[in-house]
Write a protein that binds this ligand. Sequence first.
Ligand SMILES: [Zn+2]
Length: 170
Amino acid sequence: MFCPNCGRQIPDGSKFCPYCGKKIEIVEEPKSFKKESLKKEKRKVRLSIILIPVVVVLIVISIVFYFEFFPQVNPAKSSEYETKGLTILSDIVANGNLADKNKLSEASRCFEKAIKLNPDSITASRNLIFTYLLSNNFSDVEKETEKMLQKNPNDAFSLKIKELLSEEMP
Ligand SMILES: [Zn+2]
């Protein structure tokens, strides 16, 4: 403990300061005050029990959003997804299941992921458009073709699709 008068360190429980001679009065903390501060401590602990998971969840959500809206470009991973999509497509063609909606949407999901991971991949965009065509999903064919032409205005594949779509329109 320290002497409240001269500030020097003195043995715990001293009644007088051996340096300045001042009488040391130990101020007892009132019991009610102790209880109050104990309650406050407990409330702090309870609050942190609630707050910590909330903060963790918020951090996880922000990380997920970050990768959703600012995906990292990863051409290797992109072509992995593209290959997976192509495998599904060739299975569909080989088995003559061209109307297999589940397989088609699985394939389009692969190409969508491939484009997210590498927005410059022309083949992924073409395969996605092709898959939408097989799915008779013409609104997405149109949307994806427009996107493709914004990036590659001279892409013959997309220009052909656009031409076919405009012929289809009455
Ligand atoms: Zn003293």
